[in-house]
Design a protein around this ligand. Structure first.
Ligand code: 5GP
Ligand code: ZN
Length: 119
C-alpha cells in the first residue's frame, strides 16, 4: 500500500532507527539527517516518514506531507544559517538523474557557491 514501510528500503530503516543517522530535525511526518557523503558544507536530506518512491509519487499520494518536506527543507536551511546566502533544494528523480535511493528525499545544499546549471 502507498506509504507503507518497506523492509528493503534504507531510508525506511533510518526512520525507525534501524540504520543510524545524524538527525538534525524531526517532525510527526518527516526526518532530516546529514548526507553520509556531503557535497557541500550543508548537505541534509529531508524525507517523509512514509515510504514513497520519489517526490512526484509523494506529492500525488500525500500532498500535505510533500508540503511538510518542503517546509522542513527551509527550516533546515535556516537552522544551518545558509538561508541568507542561498541554498538549493534538489529532488533527483529516476536513475538517469542520479536517484540511488528510491524513497523520496529532498537534498538541502548550502554553505558554498552553487553553480547553475548543475553538472
Ligand atoms: P540520491 O542519489 O538518491 O538523490 O540521494 C541519495 C543520497 O543518500 C546520496 O547523497 C547518498 O550519499 C545518501 N546516502 C546513501 N546511503 C546513506 C546512508 O546510509 N546514510 C546517509 N545519511 N546518507 C546516505
Ligand atoms: Zn522507504
Amino acid at each position: 500500500m502507498a506509504g507503507e514501510p518497506r523492509s528493503d528500503c534504507l531510508f525506511c530503516k533510518i526512520v525507525v532507527g534501524e540504520v543510524p543517522a545524524t538527525i538534525v530535525r524531526e517532525t510527526e511526518t518527516t526526518v532530516a539527517f546529514r548526507d553520509i557523503n556531503p557535497q557541500a558544507p550543508t548537505h541534509v536530506l529531508v524525507i517523509p516518514k512514509e515510504h514513497h518512491a520519489d517526490a512526484a509519487a509523494l506529492a500525488a499520494a500525500a500532498p500535505g506531507i510533500a508540503a511538510d518536506v518542503l517546509r522542513e527543507a527551509g527550516e533546515v536551511a535556516a537552522q544551518e544559517k545558509t538561508d541568507d546566502a542561498g541554498y538549493r533544494i534538489v529532488f533527483n528523480t529516476g536513475a538517469g538523474a542520479g536517484q540511488t535511493v528510491f524513497h523520496a528525499h529532498a537534498h538541502v545544499l548550502g554553505g558554498r557557491g552553487l553553480e547553475w546549471p548543475p553538472g
